[in-house]
Design a protein around this ligand. Structure first.
Ligand code: MRU
Length: 356
């Protein structure tokens, strides 16, 4: 079972194409990535976005970057890979998947060998990251499907769908599986200002899949909850810290606070690749601050005085005590999160051990 949204990342015959998500839903355009720099800019400009997709794109991006180095000696190849990795790690600071995938590619090139041998190792590692992502999404779907009861209203925020990941997405995976099983339910998609991932991407992707989706402005969440339209919140995440704090798209923590007020369970879909046991809590995470013009302008048009002061943090932190549970590739994990989430670290460690 897969969604009907186009896969955001295409890797065919060692050529990388990324779906330019800034043009959705108007145009479906894939761009060939020819260098480290094009991949770096695609991540920075949110042509490819969503934590897992950034990681997969970065992994393939390093493979593309190393194609001209296949005839190098082993050490020269490894040094060039490390400097490409250092550059790519800085493209966006918040989603842990970027550093996770880049580190994994660098580790894959560590065994001795010439450039050609090391190139083959990183190519295989990137393909494994992509395939592992597909498997994790399917497992998240199976772990969360039972949370979607017949007639339920589900609120989601930003886009944690197929466009942000691969195939089923994370927060959307239980929705796709419930829909395939014939369970009737409604999804409310918050539009997600400033860059409108909810309206441009989530509403589009769910509608294409035939799922009953209703678009709301971010300001309408409390009203929908007060009306009784929403039974559960289901969002994705860019990073979950050791204690279970959730870093996700700006606006997520406000939704979680409202959900607590109205007694609505707030769930987070989290693949192993998004759990960051090395960071103790949300306060320790660097929150990306983006261009003020993303707030002053909408789709190329001024909606504010050109020089008005602006804040534009791209993410916020939802404290772990507002989370009912994490829907993960190792099952549904409840509190105490500082203990239960360790299962994700174990899964990731097992993958590393298998691979090296
Ligand atoms: O700025 P974006 O569009 O990359 O933000 C994406 C999100 O916040 C998603 O909810 C998160 O990455 C989870 S994607 C499975």
């Amino acid at each position: 079972m897969s969604s009907v949204a186009p896969e955001p990342i295409r890797w065919v015959n060692e050529r990388l194409e990324l779906l330019d998500q800034t043009q959705l839903p108007e145009h479906v355009v894939f761009e060939l990535q020819t260098s480290l720099e094009t991949v770096y800019m695609a991540i920075r400009q949110l042509k490819v976005r969503g934590a897992p997709a950034i990681g997969i794109a970065a992994a393939y991006g390093l493979v593309v970057a190393m194609q001209p180095h296949r005839l190098d000696g082993g050490e020269a190849f490894y040094n060039a890979l490390q400097s490409a990795a250092d550059r790519l790690r800085t493209a966006r600071p918040t989603a842990v998947n970027l550093a996770w995938a880049v580190d994994r590619i660098v580790r894959a090139a560590q065994p001795a060998g010439d450039g050609a041998a090391r190139y083959r190792l990183i190519k295989t590692a990137a393909e494994e990251i992509h395939e592992q992502d597909r498997r994790m999404c399917r497992a998240i779907g199976r772990a969360g499907q039972h949370l979607i009861k017949p007639g339920a209203g589900i609120l989601t925020h930003c886009n944690a769908g197929a466009l942000a990941v691969s195939e089923l997405g994370t927060a959307t995976a239980p929705m796709y599986l419930a829909h395939a099983a014939g369970i009737p339910f409604r999804v409310y998609a918050g539009e997600t200002r400033p860059l409108l991932q909810g309206s441009r991407l989530t509403a589009w992707e769910l509608q294409q899949a035939g799922i009953d989706v209703t678009l709301i402005c971010d300001t309408m969440v409390a009203r929908m909850m007060a009306e009784g339209a929403i039974d559960r919140v289901l969002v994705g995440t860019d990073r979950v810290t050791r204690n279970g704090d959730v870093v996700n798209k700006i606006g997520t923590s406000g939704i979680a606070i409202l959900a607590r007020h109205f007694g609505i369970p707030f769930y987070v879909a989290c693949p192993s690749s998004t759990f960051d046991p090395a960071t103790p809590d949300g306060a320790s995470v660097v929150i990306e601050e983006r261009d003020p013009d993303e707030v002053r302008r909408v789709l190329g048009r001024a909606v504010a005085p050109v020089d008005v002061k602006v804040r534009n943090p791209a993410f916020d932190v939802t404290p772990h005590d507002l989370v009912a549970g994490f829907i993960t590739d190792t099952g549904l994990l409840g509190p105490p999160f500082d203990q239960t989430l360790q299962r994700l670290a174990a899964t990731d460690e097992a993958t590393k051990v298998q691979r090296t």
